[in-house]
Design a protein around this ligand. Structure first.
Ligand code: AVJ
Length: 322
């Protein structure tokens, strides 16, 4: 990268877009799907019949609430229930409701990068569960976890729901889990949602809805580049494409250029050429099996305590300790 251009790239978003689109094959990170519009599209995705993940995790938390609460409190231990990337908390509320109605001694600390999402969550909790001890924490996962750690030694139960871990390739997932492991004490627990390998047709359908909601979600990254980096992507000249490899368990999302074209992104002084049918890789949604999860845990210094599945074991919530 030329010096003059490198200096002009101020934000992480600018840097990653520059690097990803100057690279071959081209790629962009799915973490940039989530602006205000992207959050709304993801809400819609979670309500689609094809996107089974949300319903299955909801089922697990509803069917196994008492058992999960018992694993968390192990009798009557007080704990902090910390959630990484809380969003609207729809699934977590099942646990929160049970825990507060049964007088468990706990405090809920949702961590999110979006203050806006946290404010919405806090407001809804104040009316739905007025007795809940809740303290919202804006920031990145690890910085905030570190802060929480220095405050006092109360047992931590850390939630990472929704198969969000699936956006990470295995080596990155190990890095992530190691970093969490580092901040865990002997009694602390980590509760993680994993989407399991299943009929490949079912997985493909979840990322390929007929109404184009997933396509709009995928293309939202181009919308952001247009708006925030003064780009001129023509959305009509790209199509959403999904693949699933049943051997590796990796679902991948692409944006495919349907014709040759040139795109200018003024703010980062980048001109991008596309050949016909050239791709931008945008997201992975990893699917797991039991052996892979045990292997990930092992590599990260974690131990499986137990796991809860839906009726078909299509989706599983694992509990780890260090
Ligand atoms: C929020 C990362 C779990 O990969 O299933 C949904 C995001 N992408 N449809 C997933 C997503 C396309 C989702 N996660």
């Amino acid at each position: 990268m030329q010096e003059t251009i490198a200096r002009a790239l101020k934000t992480q978003f600018e840097k990653e877009v520059y690097e990803g689109l100057a690279d071959y094959p081209k790629h962009l990170s799915s973490k940039y799907f989530y602006d205000e519009k992207g959050d709304k599209l993801f809400q819609q995705i979670m309500n689609m019949p094809e996107y089974y993940l949300t319903g299955k995790e909801f089922e697990i938390l509803s069917e196994h609430t008492a058992e999960i609460a018992e694993v968390f409190a192990r009798g009557d231990q007080a704990f902090k229930l910390i959630e990484l990337g809380a969003g609207d908390g729809k699934k977590t509320k099942i646990l929160l409701k049970y825990l507060s109605e049964h007088n468990f001694r706990f405090k809920y600390q949702p961590i999110d990068i979006s203050q806006n999402a946290l404010n919405g969550l806090e407001k809804s909790l104040r009316t739905e569960l007025p007795n809940l001890d809740v303290e919202i924490r804006q920031g990145t996962y690890f910085e905030t976890l570190e802060e929480i750690n220095t405050e006092n030694g109360t047992k931590k139960v850390i939630l990472f729901l929704g198969s969000n871990i699936g956006n990470l390739l295995h080596p990155q997932a190990v890095e992530f889990l190691k970093s969490v492991q580092h901040l865990m004490n002997k009694d602390d627990l980590l509760f993680v949602g994993f989407d399991m390998k299943k009929n490949p047709a079912v997985i493909l359908d979840a990322y390929n809805d007929p109404n184009g909601i997933t396509a709009a979600f995928n293309k939202n990254i181009l919308v952001r580049i247009n708006r925030e980096l003064e780009g001129n992507f023509n959305l009509k000249k790209f199509r959403h494409w999904e693949t699933y490899n049943p051997e590796t368990g990796t679902a991948s999302s692409f944006l495919v250029a349907t014709q040759p074209q040139t795109v200018d992104i003024k703010k980062i002084s980048l001109t991008v050429h596309f050949r016909a049918w050239e791709t931008i890789h945008t997201e992975i949604s990893q699917k797991y099996d039991a052996d892979t999860i045990t292997w990930l845990a092992d590599k990260s210094g974690l131990e499986v305590v137990t796991a809860f599945g839906d009726a078909n074991d299509d989706y599983k919530d694992y509990v780890f300790r260090r």
